[in-house]
Design a protein around this ligand. Structure first.
Ligand code: NDP
Ligand code: MG
Length: 335
């Protein structure tokens, strides 16, 4: 089954006339949603705590940042665009008490709603509108007259009207210019976690590390291992980002393509596929969510220790030195 996709003609911006949209958080997504909606003629208010760069940015962009309570009280649509780990506490303390029936709660990632950390009160529906790109792209594409594709989902029992308000919101941020794909909270949340664990973050970084360590342990210079196993990955990813795996395989040498077909399945073998299934089950059962929520409640000791250890890896030291030889790379430092 393929996804249903909504475009500009399927969405009615006038549904937002006379309504106020409250954007909680002026970070990556928050600033882009707020600016795009305002440019689409929507009445937007912003909640942003003072003291940081995002507060200054909101003021510079012509908003009068409010407290979260004030924004929830004044908003008809309330979009929580805060980091996922802080949403549940802030929701319980500052959002939920002011969420009167008839308001619409929104988010851009389903984790907290799907795993029961944010439970809307009676009479409040939840709509997810999730751009498939970072906030700066959501903004720059909109300004260019285009948009970033979005996902849309409603919680169980939500009204048709809430869904149409969500579509109007998606139009206001430019999403329907590109296409808005219908999904569910479960599907968005579970595929997002699975993808980042198995491929995007967990899978790729540990594939790089394992290959790097294999070469270094075999006596090759770490600089060579860095170039082959990490640096060149970008070239390959760009190729299949633009034209799929076939275009990547067309662009590399026949030797590389033959190695792909014959050796690739030995790296990603049955055992790896079995492990992927187990990881998916941990996501679906809520086991991963519970682990991560409890870890945060304990102030993330294991998370911080792993982060510290990983940052000291040889590949990070070698990489820092080699990137200095390549001035066209805008070196990003993490301390
Ligand atoms: P950011 O980290 O960019 O922004 C978070 C905002 O929340 C900032 O304005 C920050 O203010 C504020 N904030 C952080 N902690 C607190 C706190 N304890 N109390 C009050 N305000 C706080 O978040 P994103 O925009 O990346 O993410 C927002 C949502 O969008 C998440 O649900 C995420 O999953 C989702 N999303 C993100 C995408 C992305 O590419 N970034 C893509 C699609 C969805 P301050 O500057 O003061 O810290
Ligand atoms: Mg994701």
């Amino acid at each position: 089954m393929t996804a249903k996709i909504y475009y500009d003609n399927d969405a009615d911006l006038s549904l937002l006339e006379g309504k106020t949209v409250a954007i909680l958080g002026y970070g990556s997504q928050g600033h882009a949603h707020a600016l795009n909606l305002r440019d689409s003629g929507v009445n937007v208010i912003v909640a942003q705590r003072p003291g940081g760069a995002n507060y200054e940015a909101a003021k510079r962009d012509g908003f009068e940042p409010l407290s979260i309570e004030e924004a929830v009280q004044q908003g008809d649509l309330v979009n929580i665009l805060l980091p996922d780990e802080v949403q549940a506490d802030i929701y319980r303390q500052h959002v939920r008490p002011h969420l009167k029936p008839g308001k619409l709660l929104m988010c851009s990632h389903g984790f907290n709603v799907h795993f029961g950390q944010i439970e809307p009160p009676e009479g409040v529906d939840v709509v997810l509108v999730a751009p498939k790109g970072p906030g700066h792209l959501v903004r720059s594409e909109y300004v260019r007259g285009a948009g970033v594709p979005c996902l849309i989902a409603t919680n169980e029992g939500a009204s048709e009207e809430s869904f149409r308000l969500g579509l109007a919101y998606a139009k206001g941020i430019g999403g329907t210019r590109a296409g808005v794909l219908q999904t569910t909270f479960a599907e968005e949340t579970e595929t997002d976690l699975f993808g980042e664990q198995v491929v995007l973050c967990g899978g790729v970084s540990h594939l790089i590390l394992a290959a790097f360590e294999t070469l270094v342990e075999a006596g090759y210079q770490p600089e060579m291992a860095y170039f082959e196993c990490l640096h060149e990955l970008k070239l390959i990813v760009d190729l299949f980002y633009e034209g799929g795996l076939s275009y990547m395989r067309y662009s590399v040498s026949n030797t590389a393509e033959y190695g792909d077909y014959t050796r690739g399945p030995r790296v990603i073998n049955q055992q790896v596929r079995q492990e992927m299934k187990r990881i998916l089950q941990e996501v679906q059962s809520g086991q991963f969510a519970r682990e991560w929520i409890l870890e945060n409640k304990a102030n993330a000791p294991a998370f911080k220790a792993m982060r510290r250890r990983q940052r000291q890896h040889l590949i990070e030291q070698v990489g820092r030195r080699l990137r200095e030889l390549m001035p066209w790379i805008e070196d990003k430092k993490v301390e």
